[in-house]
Design a protein around this ligand. Structure first.
Ligand SMILES: Cc1ncc(COP(=O)(O)O)c(C=O)c1O
Length: 378
């Protein structure tokens, strides 16, 4: 056989094998994931984007400049510091703990994922209190765990009775609280955190993605002795959603376990530098939080003056239910005016509700003017 014949024969064989591979039945995902729906947060174009609870303000220009300088000196042919030691030390310093009590990841979603891969999974139970942040139960299911859902009341406040009922009945390995809770803006009280810590058999995770906007934080309770973790993010108050950086504060033994589960070198060098630099601008962050809180109160009053039910929020967003016009119609009419809010109308327990993120003064004015017009109150 000549070289050409050999090549022709081989290419025919390759074609046949590829054709056979293409004809094979597609592999279904794991049976327990078949019913799972992906996380949907539509990225629609609008000039006023108030749908994903981001900060309306960019980070300080000085941070951006310093970041560009630091990035220029990164050794890109080397892996980043696997332990993210400097970043964990800096975050620890912010909260008055050592780096061994800090776990960092690509957004708080990855923190939640690592926590659940480590402490949930097949044969274990995770408790959430609905309505709450969908990713807690979503990732718990992906981990293979059984999710049990307690119910928040009609005012979206979680009662001690309901918390007790779910913990007594299901003895969850991981109990999620969310404070302030997304999408309601309601804070889970100190009493609830104490009760969960006293009665839940496993870990109590308090998601404080919006913690700096609220009147109290569970951070002060974190200690080596308690099975408590508090989850925070750079996405909201630190104005760094694009950087994807989140963290957890908890006892060192929990952090150690998470470090065994997470992928090696998961946190890239740019992100580590970005996080360290951001912490130098804490005062700017606090100033932005103050501005958002002032605007939040103004927005709440503005919505409350319209035909709509509105829930007081301690976060950077507000949940409301138009009472005179269907929520879906309001959502579409807002979008027609280039104002994008989150449509929660079809979400279980949130029928007819919309959620608006607090924007800049000008964005909030545009939102309120559009809403007034739509609800016929101009
Ligand atoms: C309550 C809560 N936790 C966690 C996250 C995830 O944030 P990130 O992954 O951007 O840190 C969000 C995002 O909206 C949230 O609302």
């Amino acid at each position: 056989m000549t070289q050409t014949d050999l090549r022709t024969a081989m290419s025919r064989n390759f074609e046949t094998s590829l054709a056979k591979a293409a004809a094979k039945e597609r592999l279904a995902p794991r049976a327990d994931l078949v019913a799972l729906e992906g996380y949907h947060s539509p990225q629609v174009t609008a000039s006023v984007r108030l749908n994903t609870n981001e900060s309306p303000f960019p980070p300080p220009a000085a941070w951006q400049e310093a970041l560009a300088d630091e990035v220029a000196s990164i050794d890109f042919h080397r892996y980043p510091d696997r332990g993210a030691t400097e970043l964990r030390s800096a975050i620890g310093h912010l909260h008055g703990v050592g780096p061994e009590q800090i776990f960092v990841a690509n957004g708080s979603n990855e923190v939640i994922q690592t926590l659940l891969l480590t402490f949930a999974g097949t044969g274990r139970t995770v408790a959430t209190f609905e309505p709450t942040y969908a990713l807690h139960s979503h990732i718990a299911r992906i981990s293979g765990a059984t999710v049990v859902s307690g119910e928040r009341g009609s005012d979206f406040v979680l009662s001690e009775q309901e918390l007790g009922r779910v913990i007594d009945l299901h003895q969850p390995q991981v109990t999620f609280l969310c404070s302030p809770n997304n999408p309601t803006g309601v804070v889970d009280s100190q009493v609830l955190v104490h009760q969960a810590l006293e009665t839940a058999p496993g870990i109590v995770a308090v998601d404080e993605a919006y913690g700096q906007f609220a009147s109290w934080s569970a951070l002060s309770l974190v200690s080596e002795e308690l099975p408590l973790v508090v989850i925070r993010t750079f996405s909201k108050t630190w104005s760094m959603a694009a950087a994807r950086l989140g963290y957890l504060v908890g006892p060192a033994w929990i952090v150690n376990e998470l470090l065994k589960t997470v992928l090696p070198y998961h946190l890239d060098a740019i992100k580590q530098v970005a996080g360290c630099l951001a912490l130098r601008y804490e005062a700017d962050m606090r100033q932005r939080v103050t501005e958002v809180v002032v605007e939040r109160e103004r927005l709440t009053l503005g919505i409350a003056a319209l035909p709509a039910q509105v829930w007081p929020s301690q976060a950077n967003f507000i949940l409301f239910r138009p009472t005179a016009v269907a929520a879906g119609v309001v959502w579409a009419a807002l979008l027609q005016r280039s104002v994008l809010v989150r449509n929660c109308a079809s979400w279980e327990r949130l029928e007819g509700c919309l959620r608006v993120t607090v924007g800049t003064t000008s964005e909030n004015d545009q939102f309120l003017a559009a809403l007034r017009e739509i609800l016929g109150a101009s």
